[in-house]
Design a protein around this ligand. Structure first.
Ligand code: ADE
Ligand code: ZN
Length: 346
């Protein structure tokens, strides 16, 4: 067995300990098989898998679409406000255990409204869990409504319309689901309307799709953050644009591995993104499906790429810089980070 260098071990320990923000987590992707089965039983929903073990065994993906097919099937057990609460509360407790102090949570309303679930059940269930996390754990959070890009512009507009009465409960919109063949420009008018409503805008781009999709997310959708974005490295002008504008990338290393975006974590571009001066962050994407929550993503990436303690601190700082929090909350999170790195001498 090869020895792990002390510097890598201490960077990993630091990553585990320090406060962090998570900015790319699909709440439906936090549904663990045990909770899927419990909710299926509670709601009388039939599953095609006979056991938790059989379901987990199906988590072998060859690309994004092969994952999405199972992910949407898993979400079919969510029917009532209490189900959305239970799912989000389980994630928030898990995130707290990883020293996540702030999280911005994606949800996919169309996955649920298409099955007759009211928009209010989705948003109010998630919101109640977020309020409890703030009150009991001191963990702050925001909700981001994502449009499914494999569906039409018309469907996205109808979804936005249905969510407007609940506008106070979410801070922004995103774009997710099958990327190839569904370029950001398909949603130009929807995002323009969202910006008029004062919503923040983010978009998945450059996960499987080409750098051109990242350009479109920036120039057409005016996305304030790019989710994934790892394929930006194929385009030097795009890297320069992202670096000078400090547009953050919410990168998800274990997701990239499980969806075969990279063939091994040792090939992951995270270190190259940091060295290019980009505001890259570490996130878990769909932790129940990809083998780990935020700390697991940090630990495996630190080990695979021999990241330093300075890299780890930079990643945590980036997560606070990239978050949609008030200036006061950002300063507070950076202060806690600094206190954790340099313990008080008494
Ligand atoms: N929905 C959930 N996870 C996703 C991902 N990694 N890419 C696109 N859409 C998603
Ligand atoms: Zn994602």
């Amino acid at each position: 067995m090869t020895d792990v260098p002390t510097s890598v071990q201490s960077a990993a320990d630091l990553a585990r300990r320090i406060p962090k923000a998570e900015l790319h987590i699909h709440i439906e992707g936090s549904l663990e098989p045990e909770l899927i089965f419990a909710l299926a039983q509670r709601n009388g929903v039939a599953l095609t898998y006979s056991s938790v073990e059989a379901l987990r065994a199906a988590y072998a993906f060859s690309d994004l679409q092969s994952f999405l097919d199972i992910y949407y099937a898993g979400a079919s057990v969510l029917l009532h406000e209490a189900d959305f609460f239970d799912m989000a509360w389980a994630y928030l407790q898990r995130a707290h255990a990883d020293n996540v102090v702030h999280t911005e949570i994606f949800f996919d309303p169309q996955t649920h409204t298409a099955r007759g679930v009211p928009m209010a059940s989705v948003i109010l269930g998630l919101k109640r869990a977020c309020d409890r996390a703030q009150a009991e754990l001191g963990l702050s959070s925001h909700l981001i409504l994502c449009f499914l890009r494999h569906l039409s512009e018309e469907d996205a507009f109808a979804t936005l319309e249905a969510a407007i009465p609940l506008r106070e409960h979410f801070i922004g919109v995103g774009l997710d689901s099958s990327e190839l063949g569904h370029p950001p420009e398909k949603f130009a008018r929807v995002f323009a309307r969202c910006r008029e409503l004062g919503l923040h805008t983010v978009a998945h781009a450059g996960e499987e799709g080409p750098p051109e999709y990242i350009w479109q997310a920036l120039d057409v959708l005016k996305a304030e953050r790019i989710d994934h974005g790892v394929r930006c490295l194929e385009d030097a002008a795009l890297v320069a644009r992202l670096a000078t504008s400090r547009i953050p990338l919410t990168v998800c290393p274990l997701s990239n591995l499980k969806l075969c975006v990279v063939s091994s974590l040792a090939d992951h571009p995270m270190k190259r993104l940091l060295d290019a001066g980009l505001c890259a962050t570490v996130n878990s994407d769909d932790p129940a499906y990809f083998g780990g929550y935020l700390n697991e993503n940090f630990l495996q990436t630190v080990h695979a790429l021999c990241l330093s303690a300075a890299d780890v601190v930079q990643l945590a700082r980036n997560s606070f810089e990239a978050s949609f929090v008030s200036a006061e909350r950002r300063a507070e999170m950076i202060r806690i980070l600094e206190q954790t790195i340099v313990p008080h001498q008494s």
